[in-house]
Design a protein around this ligand. Structure first.
Ligand code: NIG
Ligand code: FE
Length: 411
């Protein structure tokens, strides 16, 4: 049996979580850690951990982690990792003064990425996405969600979902797939929106289900995209096929998306840059996870989600990268954690819980990843030698991760 011992760990973080539900309020910073610890991995699974005084002796391989912190890998529960090319020209347009919404309304934005995706083969999409996946894994991501939504036609949505399925089969980390056909209204459907919704529900969704191409369903519920009523129709259709909802809402407007997602038992509501007090209270008293994506408002120069307030009110908060070519061309979870602290007022320990165990709950992977618990996958990371856990978000923009392990293997 292949066994790996990590010894002399300065601090083993987020261990013994064993929680039935996402962490909230004080739990977010009260998680367990062990100083001067060991971690034992057997056959890719966490077998044991504890203080060094209890460390085993006979193992196949030992790594000395003196001065280093050990954390569960980040769970990035919201990305659009499969896209064709890039959109740096829109970035330049925005620097010159255009807004993200203006670019969308002119047929750019998501529609620009959809045009590029239509012209790109499955092979090339797969290669580009696997390169991005390698990059984010090297930065500490150990489980990921990937959305479609740059297809926006029958052929192209099925194409992007097949690419995601292939990534699932090849990636060493857990991958969850989300059908986001309702990401934007294609130009040719602008005057007949209902026909596009019908296409999604009646033509694409049955194939998505038959080919097992998605775990979740998503809608961009926003003034520039889909209304609450349209969102409801898509969520309900997804439910018929056993797909739970993870919804983009409250990025620019508060228009009823939160209430709808609570009523429809969504797994998560994502973005939350714009939230009123009533919405925060309702979300706090629900089982729906609130996912903040702070690199999107960073990149778009928008207001940040009120993380501190939501956490204090009791919202179960997760953090994800939103990696996509338009609003967050970065999948760096270390930066996301820094931004959540600097701009949304989370404490470092709270942000780490949001990016690990609560992200795992947002993908229903809480029994597999997101904490250091016996029986979970050995997906974890070792930091550089750092003075304290707060040094991670403090040293923003730096890579503080020295080694990444996936299924107990160093990558
Ligand atoms: O989560 N808001 C909607 N979708 C993505 C951005 C998509 C794009 O601009 O390509 C997001 O921010
Ligand atoms: Fe997104």
């Amino acid at each position: 049996m292949a066994s790996l011992l990590i010894k002399n760990i300065e601090q083993l973080c987020l261990c013994n979580i064993n929680s039935e539900a996402p962490l909230r309020g004080n739990e977010m910073s009260a998680w367990n850690s062990i100083n001067n610890a060991f971690l034992l991995v057997e056959d890719g699974i966490i077998k044991d951990f504890g203080p060094m005084t209890n460390a085993p002796v006979a193992v196949s391989e030992t790594i000395d982690a003196k001065g280093k912190y050990l954390l569960p890998s980040f769970v990035d529960s919201h990305t659009h990792l499969v896209f064709a090319g890039s959109r740096e020209m829109e970035f330049v347009e925005r620097i010159k003064g255009s807004s993200y919404e203006e670019i969308i309304n002119k047929g750019g934005g998501i529609l620009n990425s959809a045009k590029r995706l239509a012209d790109t083969s499955e092979e090339v999409l797969f290669e580009q996405a696997m390169q991005r996946l390698d990059q984010v894994m090297a930065l500490g991501t150990g489980a990921i969600e990937i959305k479609s939504g740059y297809g926006l036609s029958y052929e192209a949505e099925i194409k992007i979902l097949r690419v995601i399925k292939k990534i699932k089969e090849h990636a060493p980390i857990p991958v969850k797939a989300t059908f986001l056909g309702a990401h934007a209204i294609p130009v040719e459907y602008r005057s007949r929106r209902q026909e596009y919704i019908d296409l999604l529900i009646n033509d694409i969704l049955p194939v998505v289900a038959a080919e097992n191409l998605a775990d979740y369903i998503d809608v961009f519920c926003e003034a520039v995209a889909f209304t609450v009523e349209e969102t409801k129709a898509v969520i309900r259709a997804g439910k018929q096929y056993g797909l739970k909802a993870k919804i983009h809402t409250n990025q620019f407007n508060s228009m009823g998306g939160i209430e709808l997602c609570i009523e429809e038992n969504a797994v998560s509501v994502d973005h939350l840059e714009v939230m009123n007090s009533e919405e925060i209270n309702k979300l706090a008293s629900s089982n729906v996870i609130g996912t903040m994506l702070p690199s999107a408002p960073f990149f778009l120069s928008d207001p940040y989600p009120e993380g501190r307030k939501m956490l204090d009110e009791g919202v179960a908060l997760a953090l994800a990268s939103d990696y996509n070519p338009g609003s967050s061309p970065s999948g760096n979870m270390q930066l996301v954690i820094s931004l959540a602290c600097i701009k949304s007022g989370l404490l470092p320990k709270e942000a780490l819980a949001a990016a690990t165990i609560n992200g795992a709950f947002a993908l229903e992977l809480e029994n597999e990843v997101g904490s250091i618990d016996i029986g979970k996958r050995a997906n974890f990371l070792l930091t550089n030698e750092i003075p304290s856990i707060a040094f991670l978000p403090y040293s923003f923009g730096a890579n503080s991760v020295s080694q990444v392990f996936v299924n107990g293997q160093k990558i």
